[in-house]
Design a protein around this ligand. Structure first.
Ligand code: COA
Length: 669
């Protein structure tokens, strides 16, 4: 597997410099090339300004900023790329220019150097046409701002090496990007529905169906986004929207063509006047029509691209969430509205343009499955992969249902001898889905939380009882429910990215998926209470000493490599923890000053003082009472107190604090 340590970016414009900045921030040395000294200097300034902003926002400390910049090697000379392993070209969108540049690069770089063309408007196969080695060229489509936006579309040309695609997928995921694989089709995945969404907004405006501010407001409410289409066009550049629409229209037909007013606005220059709440052509605000047409455009085009096999529905939704920051992608949104209702909206709009209703999901019921939990089998090893990287793979009702199905499938498959659980992105699983908890609390439906947790407990019990060895590969955040799932596995592996915690008592609740019981059985009551009471994040080395994981291994670029991994001896690095045992074994969750001042607890006093009192005492009692019982009875005890804790005011406060980033003030009830 190639490391791609020596990377280069050609073209120091807005896009190229941001691509270089991303590589730099991930610790790579980057050669940045431009044909003109001025362009190169501007690109450097853009990177510096963006890094300065990161320092000002305390996302980067000044010394890290200096080290990042020191890895940048600007040059005007392409010959300096002779030893590059990966070159991303991000020159101006001009096919002849791109081809000529890549041809020249082929004469300079080694035969195994990978070339990537960053484009939003050309076919990758067309860019590759004149190359001596087209198999090494792949299309990338970065999204603005390339150093910050996690989405990257990876596009194979007709002759790209499929293995290379897999390598780049692994490479970009390792760099913290969210790569999705998309076919070499107009607009790839995200622009194919996003640009028509912008364009439809302009058409609604010029047809007199709403003002700009009115259309933006409906769009924000319907899609749950922070900015409507007009505000977004202003932020990213009105001409870009027109250019992208024209590119789509050239290959897909008149529905995609830029609206007349969009072209006029570009000719006049300047931004849309967002303050203008006038409806043109003597019309009036028609919020319902606006809503139907915007949904019809976005969901219809998304359906069309999936029907054509450009991308699958799961990745298309991920593209919308990660790339556009839509809270829900078009297919999740469509499923919530009901496929029939959406078919009506799409049909109405598409019929005006002579476009057929896309087959998926409208003609084939059940054709779309959003794979939030995936399974893979490699040899005798089965993988269960949590696939909501942008939502930290949090466990909600749908994820739980899919996890159950995935487990059943692999448990019943005689070819599968062992099962690994893994996450995508930064998290293994960052706990139960807090939004789901809050929605249920606000709806007064604690039964739903109870049912969810009972179902989760039943599944974890099945996993624990399995004769097939199970292993949680904790390459990232394993918080709350994520760690509880891991505790039900026979083995747990950590990596340098591991961060494990049971943070529940800090957010007003207690671990309900067996966390108060399996932890004390595995680690002893003192260590278990330490984890539950402090909520402290432990890394792999610490977790190994506590006995929480069995071994520390290297992260894997590709999860299928886990098939070759031997399972370790259980708790092979565990060390006795007399201080923790002494401090916590008899701790009952008291938060009075005298208790917190005792020498054993004083080192943890600040963390403990931030906990929700009721959740903390309940959790400590569950650990104590559960130890006298067998595991099923202990788990039932944990379930029995659930509704009481979720009914507490502190639970509402604590859970909400996670989503709004506030610091909770607990009242003890
Ligand atoms: N439930 C629901 N959503 C969650 C979540 C959870 N358990 N954990 C993370 N998310 C969401 C965040 O709200 C955020 O959503 P947004 O993009 O719509 O704002 C998204 O995942 C990314 O999280 P963010 O906070 O931007 O990333 P980060 O790297 O700064 O922090 C975490 C990640 C996981 C450390 C932080 O989100 C967190 O502490 N989450 C709660 C963990 C927890 O208490 N779990 C126990 C639940 S029982």
């Amino acid at each position: 597997m190639r490391a791609f340590r020596t990377v280069a970016v050609v073209g120091a414009g807005t896009m190229g410099s941001a691509i270089a900045q991303h590589f730099l921030l991930k610790g790579l040395s980057v050669r940045l090339v431009d044909a003109a000294a001025e362009g190169l200097a501007r690109g450097q300034r853009l990177i510096e300004a963006s890094l300065d902003e990161a320092v000002a926002r305390r996302l980067l400390d000044p010394s890290a900023c200096a080290a990042t910049l020191a890895r940048l090697h600007p040059t005007l000379d392409l010959a300096e790329l002779a030893d590059a392993e990966l070159v991303v070209e991000a020159v101006f969108e001009d096919l002849a220019l791109k081809r000529e540049l890549l041809g020249r690069l082929e004469g300079i770089v080694a035969p195994d150097c990978v070339l990537a063309t960053n484009t939003s408007s050309f076919r990758v196969s067309d860019v590759a046409a004149g190359l001596a080695h087209p198999q090494r060229l792949v299309g990338t489509h970065y999204f603005y701002h390339a150093a910050k936006n996690k989405l990257i579309e990876l596009i194979p040309g007709e002759r790209s090496d499929p293995e290379l695609l897999r390598e780049l997928e692994g490479f970009y995921a390792e760099l913290g990007k969210t790569p999705i694989r998309v076919a070499d089709a107009p607009g790839f995945a995200v622009n194919r529905f996003f640009v028509p969404w912008l364009n439809e907004a302009v058409r609604l405006y010029e047809e007199g169906l709403g003002s700009m501010s009115g259309i933006d407001a409906v769009a924000r409410a319907t899609f749950g986004v922070g900015m409507g289409p007009f505000a977004l066009m202003n932020a990213t550049g009105v001409p870009i929207a027109r250019h992208a629409a024209a590119g789509l229209a050239a290959r897909l037909g008149p529905f995609y063509a830029p609206a007349t007013s969009l072209c006029q606005q570009v000719e006049h220059g300047g931004d849309w006047n967002l303050g203008d709440d006038r409806v043109p052509a003597g019309g009036s605000e028609q919020p319902d029509v606006i809503r139907r047409r915007l949904l019809g455009a976005a969901l219809g085009c998304a359906a069309a691209l999936v029907s054509e096999g450009v991308c699958d529905a799961t990745a298309t939704d991920l593209g919308a969430r990660a790339g556009l920051r839509w809270p829900r992608g078009p297919f999740e949104l469509g499923a919530a509205l009901g496929t029939k209702v959406v078919a009506g909206m799409v049909g109405e709009l598409f019929a005006r343009w002579g476009l057929p209703l896309p087959a998926v999901p409208f003609a084939q019921t059940g054709a779309v499955k959003l794979e939030w939990v995936q399974t893979e089998v490699h040899g005798g090893t089965g993988l269960i992969i949590f696939n909501l990287p942008d939502r930290m793979n949090a466990l909600g009702e749908t994820v739980l249902e899919q996890l159950e199905a995935a487990w059943t499938q692999l448990a019943d498959d005689p070819a599968v001898q062992r099962v690994f659980f893994c996450g995508r992105g930064k998290a293994f699983v960052a706990g139960a889905d807090i939004r789901f908890f809050l929605d249920a609390i606000d709806a007064g439906d604690l039964e739903r939380i109870q049912a969810f947790t009972e179902r989760g407990q039943r599944l974890l019990a099945r996993i624990e009882a399995s004769a097939k060895p199970t292993c949680a590969f904790l390459d990232g955040l394993a918080l709350g429910g994520g760690l509880e799932l891991a505790l039900a596995c026979r083995y747990r592996l950590g990596t340098r990215n591991s961060s494990l915690a049971l943070p529940e008592t800090g957010i007003g609740i207690y671990p309900g998926l067996g966390g108060t019981q399996r932890s004390s059985r595995l680690l002893g009551p003192g260590v278990a209470k330490f984890l539950i009471a402090t909520g402290r994040r432990v890394d792999a080395a610490h977790a190994l000493q506590l006995g929480l994981i069995d071994a520390v291994v290297d992260p894997r670029r590709h999860l299928r490599e886990l098939a070759a991994l031997p399972l370790p001896a259980p708790q092979s690095g565990r060390c006795p923890q007399p201080e923790l045992e002494q401090a916590f074994a008899n701790y009952r969750g008291d938060l009075d000053a005298a208790t917190l001042a005792t020498p054993a607890l004083a080192p943890f006093a600040r963390e403990l003082a931030r906990k929700a009192p009721l959740a903390l005492t309940t959790a400590m009692r569950l650990v104590d009472d559960g130890r006298a019982l067998d595991l099923p009875a202990a788990l039932a005890l944990e379930l029995a107190g659930l509704k009481t804790i979720f009914a507490s005011r502190d639970a509402r406060t604590g859970l909400a604090s996670v989503l709004d980033g506030s610091r909770p003030q607990y009242l003890g009830h």
